[in-house]
Design a protein around this ligand. Structure first.
Ligand code: FAD
Length: 564
């Protein structure tokens, strides 16, 4: 028999002094509590996640127009680009996080936050099943359900081990603040172990062999940070083992930083060579034990094992299990990440949006349309267009699909402009559009899979909040100003990503940057640019001051090597 308890939860939201009452019903036959039964006319927006995408959505959303609820197992926002600096104590963990409650306070307290994780999305009933991640003794039950009118999924992704044996048990990851803190403690441990009496030289060397799997931006930045920490601080504190330290970066591809311009990639490789950081390319890790890491050398097919003191696994991310389950419900089971349209609406269900690392924009339709535009322009079916016709077609595409501008103006455009030249670089009269279509095929995957970066996530959050703000105004003024009229998705422009550049700090006060317009900048001045950009991008003045003072402290006193 199901008995119902009525629980009056009083949530005192700080700042505006708002006190919200919500009825919570416990159904004894069910396991979960319903916490947000509809008690007002406002539409309920539930946001999952307090990372880059979720927080940037909340920062700009008109919270007075919606009943906004946020669910996240983290009650803070973390500035992930500075996580590698936390691993070596260049900045402190608390300096890069901003409590969600501070952000809510700035929004007049009109947002409810639940420190919990979503476990299941029931798209058919517009309901979520969640579980508190804080210890609670409220009702003796740690599960609750939430209903939504609009759902914003911004839960990021989780580390991908590619099912490599031993990785979960024996490797460190660099995804969360706790991971960075753990790495910092382990690095110090490795040095303390290496100087213990009674060890052979080989054992000391093993303890001081730091291996990074993955030559992407995170792995490379961590290797550079670690090298600086060792050379600037630790060798002076552990002089007896200073010549035994080894840092190795293992990369399955042919180059590190291969998503950057090749000038940056080769600058990084040369810098690492000068610094004594070993870069082992063309190697795929096949297993990791607590003592050894085993890999296959692609070229020779050989298998070799090397002993290690610490392994950091930084090879990419994959979809979280509850999102995979949701993808199964909506017919996206065969996809890698959630597919959305250019308005960030999840394909295959109503009123659900996905942004950031957990989603990708599926633009196959756009690419098909673009191919059709070319076909139409090629009236005599010759496969060639005059340069003027070709330029007109490009202008037409950009006008209709501004979202592909990012690709067409990226480094891949060189393929396209090359089509307007002969092999000696002279201008030609006619363009081979088949060649262009080939370039377009590459564009297809490039445009569809926007990079999984904070930049994309933050821009998507800001874009979606604008759509939501406009949606609420449009609902209130159906006959109102022209700009609020319209229906369906065409009320809004599609999301358009603006690439503002990308940094790769390489240690020794040097960095490389890929800037808009195909500009590449490397060296010390770029490192200062990095300092100023990252200081300016902090989410609050509090974290800005903390980060800058950490950098200053490091310049004056060096990094702290205590194991706390
Ligand atoms: P996240 O920021 O990961 O946020 C996901 C949120 O969802 C978190 O709050 C999490 O707690 C929450 N969540 C998880 N599971 C659940 C659940 N079940 N229910 C509810 N909430 C949940 N990008 C750059 O552009 N530049 C850089 O320099 C850069 N450096 C990086 C360095 C490191 C070490 C790392 C790890 C990443 C870096 N990135 C960088 C990538 C960037 O951090 C991500 O692309 C970005 O965080 C994605 O934002 P997101 O909001 O999608 O996910």
């Amino acid at each position: 028999s199901s008995s119902k308890l009525l629980l009056l939860c009083t949530l005192s939201l700080s700042g505006g002094g708002v006190v919200a009452y919500s009825e919570a019903q416990v159904d004894a036959s069910k396991t979960s509590v319903q916490v947000n039964e509809k008690d007002c006319k406002k539409k309920r927006v539930v946001v999952l996640g307090t990372g880059w995408a979720g927080i940037s959505f909340l920062k700009d959303l008109d919270v007075s127009a919606y009943d906004v609820q946020v669910v996240s197992p983290r009650n803070y926002f973390a500035f992930t680009p500075l996580l590698p600096s936390v691993t070596c104590g260049t900045v402190e963990a608390r300096s890069i996080v901003e409590p969600v409650r501070n952000i809510i306070k700035k929004r007049n307290g009109e947002i409810q936050f639940w420190e919990a994780e979503c476990m299941k999305i029931d798209a058919a009933n517009k309901k979520l099943l969640c579980r508190y991640t804080v210890e609670n003794n409220l009702v003796g039950n740690d599960e609750f359900s939430l209903e939504y009118d609009y759902l914003v999924i911004a839960v990021g992704a989780q580390v991908n081990t590619f099912n490599t044996p031993g990785v979960l048990e024996n490797c460190h990851f660099l995804k969360e603040v706790e991971d960075a803190q753990k790495i910092r403690r382990t690095v110090i441990d490795c040095f303390e172990k290496a100087v213990l009496p009674g060890l052979s030289e080989e054992e000391r060397r093993t303890n001081l062999h730091f291996v990074i799997v993955g030559g992407g931006p995170t792995g490379v930045e961590f290797a550079a940070e670690l090298h600086d920490f060792v050379q600037e601080d630790l060798v002076n504190l552990y002089p007896s083992v200073k010549d035994m330290v080894k840092i190795t970066v293992i990369q399955s591809g042919d180059h590190i930083l291969n998503m950057f311009d090749e000038r940056i990639s080769s600058f990084a490789e040369q810098k690492f060579q000068r610094d004594g950081i070993e870069v082992q390319t063309g190697s795929r890790v096949i297993s990791v034990s607590d003592k050894e890491i085993t890999m296959k050398l692609k070229a020779k097919g050989e298998i070799c094992s090397v002993p290690h003191g610490l392994v950091v696994w930084s090879t990419g991310v994959e979809t979280r299990p509850f999102v995979k389950d949701f993808m199964g419900q909506i017919g996206q089971a065969n996809r890698r990440v959630l597919a959305t349209d250019e308005w960030l609406r999840v394909k295959g269900c109503e009123d659900v949006y996905a942004l950031g690392d957990c989603a990708t924009i599926n633009q196959r339709k756009v690419m098909e349309d673009i191919a059709a535009i070319f076909k139409a322009a090629d009236k005599d079916n010759s496969g060639f267009l005059t340069v003027e016709e070709f330029k007109d077609v490009i202008d037409d595409i950009l006008e209709r699909y501004p979202q592909v501008e990012h690709y067409l103006k990226s480094k891949h455009l060189r393929d396209v402009t090359d089509l307007m030249k002969d092999s000696e670089g002279n201008d030609i009269d006619e363009v081979d559009i088949e060649g262009f279509k080939l370039a377009l095929c590459q564009a297809d995957s490039q445009v569809k899979n926007l990079p999984a970066t904070a930049q994309v996530a933050a821009q998507q959050g800001a874009y979606l909040s604008k759509c939501f703000n406009r949606k609420s105004k449009w609902k209130d003024n159906p006959e109102g100003p022209r700009r609020f009229r319209g229906s369906g998705r065409h009320q809004f422009h599609p999301f358009q990503y603006k690439h503002l550049g990308q940094f790769a700090p390489l240690g020794g006060e040097q960095a490389a940057a890929e800037l808009p317009g195909d500009w590449v900048s490397v060296g010390r001045s770029t490192q200062w640019l990095w300092y100023s950009v990252y200081a300016s991008k902090q989410v609050s003045w509090r974290t800005r001051v903390l980060v800058v003072s950490d950098w200053t402290r490091r310049f004056i006193f060096g990094r702290d090597s205590s194991r706390i």
